[in-house]
Ligand binder design. Structure first.
Ligand code: TTP
Ligand code: MG
Length: 579
């Protein structure tokens, strides 16, 4: 909750005006019963001549109308100030939370889960907004109605105090009892909502796979379970809340009857007039209504507390991968060195995925990384742009530990073509310009030419202005790979990493790509992961990875001489291709 107050601070003027306007509304509400009592006593039941009585009714009635218009204006102003405060606060909070999410490292977003982050950013912040808007108005309203109501009631007749003395403790006890049971459920509701969001998010992004495997029924079932779970918890909360108001209404009605009874006796004894009894009925209703409001507010407070805790968890997370100290270190050459690097994923049972890796890539060299699936190739290259940090040893670029660079400077010089090509909805050139927003057209075309993408892009009806649908669904696998390569090249990196990024290209296109890279990116260090020997033969050096360690390192010719593993891969692949 401390954070909510911090976010409220910039809008303190609105936050203050809101309850002030509300005071006006409630004050007018408190005056009305008194005027009504006057109308009854001096107008309707007045002892004067008929037309005098009527004139009194009209005059006082006009006053009542005027007061209620003032009250209405106060109410509108209060609602407006409250809404502005809540919306602005929510907007700031959402911005900061999103910012935080963008800077979290992979392992942290993995821990929160995407679905939960979505709920926290949307639904949880909305809960907090609703709470702020309501509490700014209701705390004042309820307090004034409660205290003012009691004061006005006792002023009418102290005997009414008896009714308050009995009904108030009963109401408070009911509210406390029910809210204590409901409060812990609000957090659980949000967690269940996370699950629903996770299933939706996974299925919407993976719609193609779901259809390909005709898993619709299974997934609908999975969604059904999460959804029913959410409903059940919500129903448990609502059941509790549903019994709250009717019980309070019973107490209220009993209190009204008691007031009429006591009032009647007082009128009989000539200690009170009828109008005042009517006013007393209105006051007791206001007092007990305010207790009902407290019940509602408890509900909002517990909801908001649960949500605030969840949003604060995100805001308080410190990104584990943060900027290093040497702010002025720049990558100028692109020499990559792994020194005794070991790595294990958090939550992977501590089992090392990489063990004592030593590897050097000189500027301008093309180093290939070869190995069976799951041996740790992606994990190895992920350490260079610090998608993860190594657990032991160090990764150096130009002799400086990657942890010491500023993240933006480091990633700005390392181009990565991921194993899975991710494109975004937009035109071809917009997608390539992800590498560099401001690049002129001829640079974009040049990058596409090197990536062997220019020819197929020119073949599109609208060339570089062709729209690509979401996630690049309108392109073939090989086209997507080449677009991703063009995007990385446009960035003009010093180090360029291809994670199995040519797997969908035929051998001749791949050979052309290699030749173009050699010719155009002479001083760029290229690290190329591949499964096919044919893709790595032309590299300056080849590192063969087996089970998380480098088991052989050298040129194709050297490895054919010295490495059994390499020779095995070579002959098995050559056999497949019928050579
Ligand atoms: P990778 O490094 O992804 O293996 P790879 O790139 O060599 O495999 P492929 O050719 O199929 O792309 O994975 C090495 C091990 O690390 C594997 O057992 C899975 C595990 N792993 C995680 O636990 N978390 C992760 O985020 C990744 C990427 C891998
Ligand atoms: Mg991989």
């Amino acid at each position: 909750m401390k954070k909510v107050i911090k976010y409220l601070r910039p809008y303190w003027v609105f936050a203050l005006l809101c309850p002030l306007a509300m005071i006006l509304e409630v004050a007018m509400d408190l005056v009305q019963p008194q005027l009504m009592s006057d109308i009854i006593n001096n107008g309707i039941l007045g002892s004067g001549p008929m037309d005098e009585n009527l004139a009194y009714v009209v005059k006082t009635g006009l006053f009542m109308l005027m007061y209620s218009l003032i009250g209405c204006a106060g109410g509108i102003a209060s609602a407006a100030f409250g809404t502005v405060t809540a919306q602005k606060l929510g907007n700031d909070m959402r911005k900061d939370t999103f910012n935080k999410v963008m800077h979290l490292s992979f392992q942290q977003t993995d821990k929160f889960t995407t679905g939960s982050l979505v709920t926290r950013l949307t639904n949880d912040i909305t809960q907090i907004q609703q709470f702020v808007a309501m509490s700014l108005r209701m705390f004042v309203r309820t307090g004034m109605q409660f205290i003012g109501g009691i004061a006005c009631l006792l002023m009418l007749n102290v005997n009414f105090g008896l009714v308050i003395a009995v009904s108030l403790p009963v109401q408070l006890a009911v509210v406390t009892l029910i809210m204590r049971r409901a409060a812990p459920l609000f957090g659980i509701v949000q967690d269940k909502l996370d699950k629903v969001n996770s299933v939706v998010q996974e299925n919407v992004t993976g719609a193609r796979v779901v259809k390909a495997f005709t898993r619709e029924e299974y997934e609908i079932d999975r969604f059904d379970r999460a959804n029913t779970d959410l409903m059940t918890t919500n129903l448990r909360v609502q059941r509790l809340i549903a019994i709250l108001n009717p019980i309070l209404m019973v107490v209220m009605n009993a209190s009204v009857i008691a007031i009429i009874l006591i009032g009647g006796l007082q009128v009989e004894a000539r200690a009170m007039d009828v109008g005042s009894v009517m006013a007393a009925v209105t006051y007791i209703t206001q007092i007990l209504m305010s207790v009902m409001m407290v019940g509602m507010m408890f509900q909002q407070v517990s909801r908001a507390m649960a949500s605030a805790k969840r949003v604060e968890e995100v805001l308080d997370t410190q990104p584990v991968i943060a900027d290093g100290d040497s702010a002025d270190s720049e990558i100028t050459e692109g020499r990559v060195e792994f020194k005794n690097v070991s790595f294990s994923y958090p939550g992977f049972g501590g089992k090392p995925v990489l063990k004592s890796i030593n590897l050097t890539a000189e500027p301008g060299q093309m180093i290939a990384v070869l190995g069976s699936t799951g041996c740790g190739k992606t994990s190895l290259v992920n350490l260079i742009p610090r998608f993860y940090d190594c657990t032991e040893g160090e990764v150096l670029i130009d002799g400086v530990n990657v942890k010491d660079y500023e993240i933006d400077k480091l990633r700005g010089k390392v181009g990565v073509v991921l194993q899975k090509s991710e494109l975004f909805s937009g035109t071809v050139s917009e997608n390539i310009r992800w590498g560099d927003d401001g690049a002129p057209d001829d640079e974009v075309h040049r990058a596409a030419e090197i990536a062997q993408a220019d020819s197929f892009i020119q073949g599109f009806n609208e060339g570089y202005d062709t729209m690509i649908s979401e996630k690049g669904a309108s392109l073939s696998g090989g086209q997507k790979q080449r677009m991703s390569i063009a995007r990385a090249i446009l960035k003009k990196p010093k180090i360029l990493i291809f994670d199995d990024s040519t797997s969908a290209l035929d051998l001749s296109t791949e050979a052309k790509l290699h030749a173009a890279l050699r010719e155009n990116l002479k001083d760029v260090t290229v690290i190329m992961i591949a499964q096919r020997i044919a893709s790595v033969m032309r590299a300056d050096k080849i590192a063969v990875i087996d089970n998380g360690t480098i088991c052989a390192f050298g040129t194709h010719a050297e490895l054919m001489e010295t490495s059994d593993v390499y020779r095995d891969i070579y002959y098995s692949q050559m056999k497949e291709e019928g050579v």
